[in-house]
Ligand binder design. Structure first.
Ligand SMILES: NC(=O)c1ccc[n+]([C@@H]2O[C@H](COP(=O)([O-])OP(=O)(O)OC[C@H]3O[C@@H](n4cnc5c(N)ncnc54)[C@H](O)[C@@H]3O)[C@@H](O)[C@H]2O)c1
Length: 444
């Protein structure tokens, strides 16, 4: 399941062909190593809005070194620009003035974050200026290169202190394959965050349910949530029992083998979590299947099985957990959507409908949830797993290269994004759908 093309481009012949034929040259992305500093370098902070003053202190909490001074010989690992003060189109010049001189002063895999105000919460020319940030960051994401990422984070007024976990994620190698994204903080009302004593183990004492945990993306989600301190309860089908049990034994977690589409699955999961763990803090609906066929050849069973596993089961399980009061205060529910649910894909009307439905599920619950419970979704692009290994070679190659990083992502990239949602300090991160797609050229 390795990326052989990427390996080839790093050989002498590969380097020559990349240079002379202008082929995509995927670079080795930085990924987070447990125990390493969150950011290996200095972050330059600029702009003048609601957040500018508190930013250095906020980054300091995370152990991230920052400066507000641009020295000619300095190199930066990250750039954070507070654009919340921009209230008109003319003022957008401040973006160019800050970024243009520093774009050649970045180290490898740099991180760029532009902070704004949710456009829907302001009026007139301020709304125009704030909405413009999306186009700016998405374009910069496509031109930054060197494994760099660029995002806009819209922070509602009053939620300034709730941005710490998001900045920690987006400035670190944990967000290696997340770029061109728009994140909203505090847009659904919550602006308060609980204090985190240990940022390396924010899930200490928490219980996390992960469906489809025996392999692929689910396995990495279980590993990363365990790394962050959670007790993981893995769920998978009975056929995957031995892999699931081995993994959960390694992670000192717990397991439950069942088909999530089973009639009594929601009740069994709720009962298990309540009786054995006293509730659950993090719910990750990762289990998913594909049964591809063009619509003209789509039989009822292909249609029904995909909708049942990917959409109906997460809905019913979530409803049961909420109705039974099994989700603890401040809990986090995470759906796993897909780029197919945003851009569509040939042969995947069933799958894309199910994954777009997951996004609808997030939208519908985000305003409804109580007790500080949040719901968000990840939408992975091309992630190298057993699921994508089954894709025919030519389609797979196109799928892997058609993004700003010219490569597929790894399961850990999806897992890290979920761990950011699950962090108790992300309590104001609600109702977001974040693509983990290396800024794929397809879809919005
Ligand atoms: N791999 C990608 O590129 C990609 C892209 C977008 C979205 N996704 C989504 O990410 C999730 C994980 O994908 P993956 O690539 O790791 O897939 P995978 O096939 O490797 O793993 C899926 C897991 O879900 C389990 N599962 C399937 N049906 C189940 C059921 N009825 N009850 C309980 N468990 C069940 C499987 O046994 C397996 O362990 C899926 O929801 C998938 O749609 C993957």
């Amino acid at each position: 399941m390795s990326d052989r093309y990427q390996g080839f481009t790093q050989s002498p012949l590969g380097k020559l062909l990349v240079k002379n034929l202008g082929l995509p040259a995927p670079m080795q992305l930085d990924r987070y190593v447990d125990g390493a500093p969150l950011v290996d370098g200095t972050v330059l902070v600029g702009g003048c809005g609601r957040l500018a003053e508190s930013l250095p202190g906020l980054l300091d909490t995370l152990g991230i070194a920052s400066t507000q001074t641009f020295a000619e010989d300095a190199r930066f690992k990250g750039l954070v620009f507070d654009a919340t003060g921009l209230t008109s189109a003319a003022e957008l010049e401040a973006l160019r003035a800050f970024f243009a001189p520093v774009m050649r002063k970045l180290t490898s895999c740099p991180r760029v974050v532009v902070l704004g105000t949710p456009p829907e919460l302001v009026e007139g020319s301020e709304r125009v200026a704030q909405r413009a940030l999306e186009g700016f960051t998405r374009s910069l994401g496509k031109e930054i290169g060197h494994g760099g990422t660029v995002q806009v984070v819209y922070v509602a007024e009053g939620a300034e202190a709730a941005a710490t976990s998001t900045l920690g994620f987006l400035l670190s190698p944990k967000s290696a394959y997340v770029s061109g994204q728009v994140v909203r903080i505090g847009a659904h009302g919550t602006t308060e965050v609980p204090a985190v004593t240990d940022w390396t183990k924010p899930l200490t004492g928490k219980v996390a349910l992960v469906t489809g945990a025996s392999r692929g993306i689910g396995e990495q989600i279980a590993r990363v949530l365990h790394r962050d301190g959670a007790t993981v309860v893995g769920v998978d089908v009975p056929q995957a029992a031995s892999e699931l049990q081995a993994l959960m034994a390694e992670l000192e977690g717990d397991w439950l083998t069942l088909d999530i589409t089973g009639k009594d699955a929601p009740q069994r999961i709720a009962h298990h979590l309540k009786e054995k763990h006293g509730g659950v803090d993090v719910v990750v609906h990762n289990a998913g299947i594909t049964r591809d066929k063009k619509l003209a050849n789509m039989d009822e069973s292909r249609w029904a099985s995909v909708i049942a596993v990917n959409l109906t089961a997460p809905e019913l399980i979530t409803r049961e957990l909420l109705d039974q009061g099994v989700v603890n205060e401040g809990g986090s529910i995470v759906g796993v959507a897909s780029i197919a649910g945003i851009a569509g894909n040939v042969g995947q009307t069933n799958y894309a409908a199910s994954k777009a439905g997951v996004i609808g599920f997030v939208d519908s619950l985000a305003d409804e949830l109580e007790d500080g419970i949040t719901i968000n979704a990840v939408a992975p692009g091309f992630i190298i797993t057993a699921m994508t290994a089954a894709v025919p070679f030519a389609t797979r190659e196109v799928g892997q290269r058609l993004n700003a990083m010219s490569q597929g992502g790894l399961p850990v990239d999806v897992a890290e994004t979920i761990a950011w949602f699950a962090n108790p300090a992300s309590s104001a991160v609600n109702g977001n759908v974040v693509r983990v797609c290396g800024q794929m050229m397809l879809g919005a």
